[in-house]
Ligand binder design. Sequence first.
Ligand code: CTP
Length: 400
Amino acid sequence: MTEGRLAGRRVLTGISGGIAAYKAIEVVRLLTEAGASVRVMMTPEATRFVTPLTLEALSYNPVAADWLAPQGVGESHIALAEWAEVIAIVPATANTIAKLALGIADEIVSGTVLASRAPLLVAPAMNDLMFTHVKTQDHLNALRSRHAVVVEPGVGRLASGKSAVGRLAAPERILAAIEAVLQDRRNLEGLRVVVSAGGTREAVDPVRYVGNFSSGKMGRALAETAAARGADVTLVTTVPTNPEAIAEIAVTSAAEMLVALKTACAGADVLVMAAAVADYAPDQVAGAKLRRTDQPMDLHLRPNVDILKALGPRRGLFRVGFAAETEDLRAQAEAKLAEKHLDLMVANQIGVDGQGLASDFNAVTIVAPTGVVADVPRLPKWEVAGQIWDAIDAARNRGG
Ligand code: CTP
């Protein structure tokens, strides 16, 4: 799926010495799989966590781990600095972040960054108390003010055994952020984005629900892409599969989703409603598990809350809806756009094999109040998400 996306792009990966160094292996693997040309440099401490040999085998290039090594052994820091189109420090320890912020150059990673004018990306990973320390935050802010991209760490189990902030962002997310830097697509910087994803589940009894086939993949791709392009993202989802990736709020029913979205949307700039909200919910939720009998069973359903309508239009909030249709795609999309007072509607044809609900692929038509703005052919959801953000960005810039 990722084949060739980064073909010919030159990515210099710097590994610093923390336990998350082993995860840099996966980032390097994903980069080469996407077609990028990858060089790796390691601090002396990093080589104690993972071996240069492993990185050499995965990057297909010599690894620079000793900047005082005689010429011919690895690359010099100056050659690497000039070669790089982007430098990604994965993981970035508190010590390396401090050195980069202050301009200290005492080993190959910090020395190369100082000698390079390539865009810099840092993916911090460390103990939560070190991460939240005012010094580390000051150093990260100093790097941000110099346009470095910080791929925020997630909350999760740290080496100390405690679950807290400081865990390296998921490798896929680091890859997406590197890709966004290479494509100069940091155009959502500072934008506050809320995405809803997945199908809602409406309880019948404590063990059963009425639901739909939505996998939440389109919404997740939209959230990940927005984060990679610099947005501050909240994902409200019924399928919280990757809690370390972005700020996720897990919900089950439409009623819960509405409550979560009301809070998340306060102060947001864009709402993308990719969730498949159940239009009907059981009228009564049984308190105890329903027993099987030999008689047919009637389930009485009542109309569910319409979340987009309940949230209503709000000045300054750009609202995007999704329409999954089996027929009259465009007419239905235009009608729903008008009815729900949306700024954009993303319509996808369902009932076509290999795309849409639960698939990794999608094909969509993007409709604005002025008419169709884009027809996106069948592509991986990841790429469709990129085109949807392009359309959102263009529409917002038009003031629409
Ligand atoms: N939506 C919502 N609340 C609902 C149903 C849908 O906010 N109860 C949102 C969806 O997330 C989507 C958009 O409205 O962004 C359109 O969803 P869709 O189900 O296609 O529209 P409906 O108005 O429910 O129309 P239909 O009768 O075709 O199901």
